[in-house]
Design a protein around this ligand. Structure first.
Ligand code: UDX
Ligand code: UDX
Length: 428
């Protein structure tokens, strides 16, 4: 099939590369010339495990990138909209990029002789495909959806760092379509998959995406609430959740308590769902609390630190981990951001280290010290904070170089047994 991908961020680049890997002709469109040039050179514009190999194998063959909408839409039969859907200052979803992409595609459909399907893959609140995307496509093309062209919604469930794996090995594929022809064509793209393929209408597909993320975020905040209780009772939350997670109805996944969830999805999607609920006069008490608990964890950690270092002024604090999770360079909504913010507000001197995300964090905090190794960050430190679950932190043993070996672990990376350190687990 001839596919065009609109927007080559995490979702778009991975989706494009994987569809090329499945034998489709893929044209990626992006407004950023650097990303386009990078993809055509076979170099991924973002770090994702396995993406490098895919681009090397397909770039210039059945995968290319362009700035040119005309070229992309006229040389494809299906277009996936993978543009960002940030939340605005009121926490409401900002659909301006989706609107623009819909208009740009619509204008190219005007003179297109053959049938074309437009598929929303960006995370959009329910009813967006029907009430925003479709009307814009019809107005811009002067054509009728469900007749002259098709519209669908196909949410992604890709985890950063594991996105290529998740695309090729999904737990399920959800296809939303309001006309059978479009549904059939989208389903055809996943012909080789053996996982369940759920066919629903577009707003149900949109809601499945939000509820999946909101539920995973709720599991994490629930685990953190339990963690905060267990911490005060001297109970190890991870032992508790091991017992709880053995219940098949609960499952052991996403029960890791600690510093909370970050990333480009969970915070944004929960906020957008809250925004949508408020729009229709429903007070989403539980979802609001999920965010409240999450926002509280960095402050819990700082209070724990101050138990051992009451006055942080001019103290040197090592912050290990800046990315919002391991195996990515992405710092969006990373919990390390509010942690460093609080430390600086208390007058502390921060020495930060991350295997991958330092350059991105320098854009947020240009004036703190960035170490090249964890050991360098620990040198002469009055305390250290573990903020991201990088596997290398499990092997840390250079606490002796610290001025005071206080270790506040927000991600259960350090096993204190046999180490001469003052250790505090955030929820254990
Ligand atoms: C529950 C737990 O399942 C059990 O492990 C615990 O020991 C006691 O409470 P039960 O009361 O039989 O047992 O509940 P269940 O049939 O699982 O449902 C609990 C309630 O949740 C019911 O009112 C049910 O309607 C509701 N429910 C259940 C949902 O609303 N959604 C679901 O997906 C499952
Ligand atoms: C998530 C969803 O997993 C994915 O399906 C969706 O498409 C996009 O959003 P991602 O944001 O990449 O993916 O990260 P994920 O691995 O889900 O972790 C999210 C955050 O939760 C991270 O900050 C992580 O540290 C935190 N987390 C995760 C916990 O605090 N505890 C856990 O048990 C699991």
């Amino acid at each position: 099939m001839r596919i065009s991908i609109i927007g080559t961020g995490y979702v778009g680049t991975v989706t494009g590369a994987c569809f090329a890997h499945l034998g489709n002709e893929v044209i990626c469109v992006d407004v950023d010339p650097k990303r386009v040039e990078s993809i055509n050179r076979g170099v991924p514009p973002i770090y994702e495990e396995g993406l490098d190999e895919l681009l090397k194998a397909h770039a210039g063959k059945n995968l290319r990138a362009t700035l040119d909408y005309d070229y992309a839409v006229s040389n494809s039969d299906v277009s996936f909209i993978c543009v960002p859907t940030p939340t605005d200052e009121n926490g409401k979803i900002d659909l301006r990029f989706v609107r623009e992409a819909s208009r740009s595609i619509g204008e190219r459909l005007k003179d297109k002789g053959s049938y074309h399907v437009v598929v929303v893959k960006s995370t959009v609140v329910p009813q967006t495909t029907q009430q925003v995307v479709t009307p814009i496509l019809e107005e811009a093309s002067g054509k009728k959806a469900g007749l002259d062209f098709g519209v669908g919604m196909n949410p992604e469930f890709l985890r950063e760092g594991k996105a290529v794996h998740d695309f090729m090995h999904p737990d399920r594929i959800v296809i939303g379509g309001d006309d059978p022809k479009a549904l059939g064509i989208i389903k055809g793209l996943y012909a080789g998959y053996t996982c369940p393929i759920l066919e629903v209408d577009t707003k149900t597909a949109e809601m499945i995406k939000y509820v999946s993320n909101a539920f995973l975020a709720t599991k994490i905040s629930f685990s953190n609430e339990v963690g905060n209780i267990c911490k005060r009772l001297g109970i190890d939350t991870y032992k508790v959740m091991e017992g709880v997670g053995l219940d098949a109805r609960i499952s052991p996944y996403f029960l890791n308590s600690g510093l909370g969830f970050g990333g480009s999805c969970f915070p944004k999607d929960v906020k957008a769902l809250i925004g949508k609920a408020s729009e229709i006069d429903y007070e989403p008490i539980l979802l609001k609390t999920v965010l409240k608990v999450n926002d509280g964890q960095p402050h819990m950690l700082i209070s724990l630190l101050k138990k051992h270092v009451p006055d942080l002024k001019d103290k040197r604090i090592a912050v290990l981990g800046l990315a919002f999770k391991n195996d990515t360079d992405d710092i969006r909504e990373s919990r390390a951001i509010p942690v460093i913010g609080s430390l600086l507000a208390e007058g502390a001197k921060v020495a930060a280290y991350d295997p991958m995300a330092t350059d991105n964090m320098k854009k947020v905090y240009p004036n703190i010290k960035y170490a090249k190794t964890a050991d360098e960050a620990l040198e002469g430190a009055d305390a250290c904070i573990i903020a991201t679950e990088w596997a290398e932190f499990k092997k840390l043993d250079s606490f002796k170089s610290m001025r005071k070996p206080v270790v506040i672990d927000g991600r259960r990376m350090v096993d204190p047994r046999g180490k001469d350190i003052i250790y505090e687990g955030l929820c254990w």
